[in-house]
Ligand binder design. Structure first.
Ligand SMILES: [Zn+2]
Length: 80
């Protein structure tokens, strides 16, 4: 009970993939950066489209990143 209360009290969203705060202004910035530099592996979170600093690229993040990208590709192929 106390666990779900803690989550609902937080007004900011945390991305499930990169664990960063989801912030719409940063999202726009990251989208532009991604276009300029091309799709750099791990540099942009596939879930929230935000830039992810290199120091956050640990093994767990990379695993989540690959899973998220795979999921997106599968969704595209199925057309759902
Ligand atoms: Zn993210």
């Amino acid at each position: 009970m106390s666990l779900s209360l803690g989550f609902s009290l937080s007004c900011s969203l945390i991305c499930r993939c990169c664990r960063n705060l989801i912030d719409s202004e940063r999202q726009r910035e990251a989208a532009v950066t991604a276009m300029l530099f091309g799709a750099t592996r791990y540099a942009v979170c596939p879930s929230c489209k935000q830039e992810v600093p290199r120091e956050q690229w640990d093994r767990a993040y990379k695993a989540r990143w690959r899973r998220a990208v795979k999921r997106k590709q599968t969704q595209k192929e199925r057309g759902t």
